[in-house]
Design a protein around this ligand. Structure first.
Ligand code: HAM
Length: 410
């Protein structure tokens, strides 16, 4: 039998597992208190739902199969499509905006590397039913707050996909041609797009690759004279950036009109968050105003983001837990006493562990010292039936303590 992991899969253990849990706990409390409702989404969806607006890149990385009932299904590569399905089927008549959050496994047949796995966890937020620029800014604020809650300083990249779309459309690119051009630009491969652009497109795109990517006034001027369909998106981006700056005055914001994201459902504002110590995005999101309708719901604007829990956890140090006491039975007759001692201290602040033993007092002390415990609780037969020895490992003193007084003695 093979015991090695399937390529791209991994066991997450030790501090990394703790760091993931801490992040999820902080995120849950932050999102609950900001009025977001938690939803638990399945990991298998109909292929058609996922394929509807995923974009070629995601389709190329799908784990897809026929289930035993002959349904064409896929493991979820992201959860926005599932959240939107849920909105359409269960929340469409709820008062707007509907604010949902989720955490769950995602699967992409990507090339594995540090921070990029074939199974990973996404924690995301979706807001349905508001087209206000303040909804975009709120989502960015929540994203930055999540990362800040675990001590990660972020910088943000923000843009608006509608400028690039207008530019590509002006050169006659539509549908899959437009999407594959956006995908090339998302990967910084301008040369793949160049040949499909008209003269105006080339001129603007070359300038866009230069140093004025973030000068919104300049691009608004260009759009007013040459690309009128891009004006609205640029003005909206300006407003969103102004609101984000007001909500996150200390966060570095990198505005980039040439910024693209690979998923096909984005219609307007897009963003990503990075840390200074990792090249890959910690999270990404944006506005997707057509997806609800494309999945059969009423026209409903939506905006959201998802963060890669695995990637974030790589940057987080698991918090140190104070190790208080190690409980050890010294002989077979004292197993019950050790069990009682453990139940007396278990659940108190800090870490209290038991070694089911039995072992000698010397070995027990050595084990507790190695484990950096403050105390070792020795349950033997030299004391009374309701008594144990409590040894303080830093002062190297010990005393006999009644079981019912053990918790207070620590
Ligand atoms: P995405 O940019 O494809 O967006 O993924 C979001 C985050 O998931 C990434 O920034 C990254 O942290 C993490 N991630 C993606 N692929 C992997 C991987 N192979 N291994 C580890 N982590 C990964 C979305 O999925 C959209 N659904 C976000 C969204 C929500 N947009 C609107 N609402």
């Amino acid at each position: 039998m093979k015991l090695e992991l399937v390529r791209g899969m991994r066991d997450i253990v030790g501090d990394e597992a703790v760091a993931q849990r801490v992040f999820k706990e902080r995120a849950a409390s932050l999102l609950d208190s900001a009025g977001y409702q938690e939803v638990i989404l399945p990991s298998i969806e109909y292929y058609d739902l996922i394929a509807a607006k995923a974009g070629q890149e995601l389709l190329d990385s799908l784990y897809e199969f026929m289930d035993r009932g002959g349904r064409k299904v896929a493991l979820t590569p992201e959860l926005t499509a599932s959240a939107t399905r849920l909105y359409v089927t269960r929340f469409r008549d709820a008062p707007k905006p509907v604010k949902l959050w989720y955490v769950g496994p995602c699967f992409r047949y990507d090339e594995p590397q540090r921070g990029r796995y074939r199974q990973f966890t996404q924690l995301g937020v979706e807001v349905f039913g508001s087209s206000s620029p303040l909804a975009d800014a709120e989502v960015v604020f929540i994203a930055a707050s999540l990362l800040k809650s675990i001590g990660i300083d972020t910088w943000l990249k923000v843009g608006n996909i509608s400028f690039l779309r207008a530019l590509l459309q002006d050169s006659g690119l539509e549908g899959s041609g437009m999407l594959s051009a956006i995908r090339s630009l998302d990967h910084g491969r301008y040369e793949e797009v160049e040949g499909s652009l008209n003269a105006r497109g080339k001129k603007i795109m070359e300038e866009l690759m230069g140093s004025r990517k973030g000068d919104l006034d300049y691009w608004e001027g260009i759009a007013e004279s040459e690309l009128p369909s891009a004006v609205h998106g640029l003005r909206r981006l300006k407003k969103v950036v102004e609101l984000i700056r007001a909500m996150l005055p200390a966060v570095e914001i990198n505005v980039d009109v040439s910024f693209a994201r690979g998923l096909a459902y984005y219609t307007d504002f897009i963003f990503e968050a990075y840390s200074h110590s990792m090249g890959e995005a910690l999270l990404g999101g944006g506005r997707y105003d057509n997806l609800v309708e494309e999945l059969g719901g009423p026209p409903t604007p939506a905006v959201g983001f998802a963060t890669g829990v695995d990637r974030v956890a790589l940057l987080v140090k698991a918090p140190e837990v104070e190790k208080v006491a190690l409980v050890v039975p010294l002989d077979e007759d004292s197993l019950g006493k050790a069990g009682k001692a453990f139940s007396a201290v278990s659940g108190r602040p800090g870490r209290h562990e038991m070694v089911p033993g039995p072992m000698s007092a010397r070995d027990a002390i050595e084990r507790a010292l190695k484990g950096s415990f403050h105390y070792v609780v020795l349950a033997g037969n030299r004391e009374g039936p309701e008594e144990v020895v409590l040894r303080d490992l830093s002062s190297r003193t010990q005393k006999t303590v009644k079981l019912k007084e053990l918790a207070q003695a620590l």
